[in-house]
Design a binder for this molecule. Structure first.
Ligand code: ADP
Length: 260
């Protein structure tokens, strides 16, 4: 059931009456479950043939130089790239539907964020150097342990830092920092990239939303990464948001609970 409460204001703008609705949303939940099942089944069915197509295309591209002309190689290359993009999409859809349906078990542990951050950024250091981007980490050593599933939070951090790299044109700085406030730890990933237009700042956490128009850059993606990030953070009892200035950069911040 969904409970809706609407205040009715009187002459002095005082609340004179309150109207409440109790709405049966069982059917909405059923439709939502059906949709999730459908997406997960279709994605699953796509995974195996896509993997074999990808292998076939990689093999052809490796074996054929000299045997086919430039146009043919270009076509093969484009098919290979499309195939990889579809595989990424299918993987993201599968991850998201598993999290949404509660099929993914979160294994909460007492975790040292310094180690997690180091492990998440190490694989991206090469790409950062190639892009002339300083990838910095400033987590105080004395930061208390947090309650987290280390694999999931590593995924969140890699995704946020990966985005910071993808949405920075030219050189720049990316910094991962963390601080304790009350019973939470605030983790931030700040970049000096292209920034996010104001009207998109809340929407980019929704599925398939990507910044379009003159402010967008030509980076391929599924528009699902931040939706998964948000699901994971919320499953940890945390929140995520972004502060951004167009053409100046963006800072994504999420919270985690302290381990007791
Ligand atoms: P994807 O990157 O695959 O499109 P995401 O869900 O990770 O999907 O991000 C959604 C959109 O948010 C991106 O398409 C991009 O427009 C914007 N975005 C995400 N991270 C950043 C960032 N660090 N700087 C600028 N824009 C960003």
């Amino acid at each position: 059931y969904r409970l809706m409460v609407t205040p009715v204001l009187g002459k002095e703008r005082e609340v004179s009456r309150v109207i409440t609705f109790l709405d049966d949303i069982t059917h909405l939940k059923e439709v939502d479950d059906l949709k999730s099942d459908f997406v997960s089944t279709v994605s699953h069915e796509f995974r195996t043939p896509l993997t074999s197509m990808n292998m076939g295309l990689s093999l052809l591209l490796e074996e054929t130089p000299g045997n086919i002309n430039e146009d043919q190689e270009e076509l093969l290359d484009a098919a290979h790239e499309d195939c990889k993009r579809l595989m990424d999409l299918v993987d993201d859809l599968l991850d998201l539907s598993k999290i949404e349906s509660g099929k993914i078990q979160f294994e909460l542990d007492k975790v040292n964020l310094v180690d997690l951050v180091k492990a998440s950024i190490r694989p991206l250091e090469k790409q950062a150097t190639e892009q002339n981007i300083n990838l910095l980490e400033s987590i105080p050593e004395e930061l208390p342990l947090v309650k987290a599933d280390p694999n999931k939070i590593t995924w969140v951090l890699s995704n946020l830092v990966g985005n910071a790299l993808r949405y920075t044109e030219g050189e720049g700085d990316i910094e991962v920092s963390a601080a304790k406030k009350g019973n939470r730890v605030y983790v931030s990933v700040a970049d000096t990239g292209i920034g996010i237009p104001e009207e998109y700042r809340n929407k980019i956490f929704d599925k398939f939303v990507r910044v379009k128009g003159e402010d967008a850059i030509d980076v391929s993606g599924t528009g699902l990464g931040l939706a998964i990030v948000k699901e994971i953070v919320e499953a940890h009892g945390g929140k995520i948001w972004v502060d951004s200035e167009l053409n100046e950069g963006s800072t994504f911040t999420f919270t985690l609970l302290l381990a007791d």
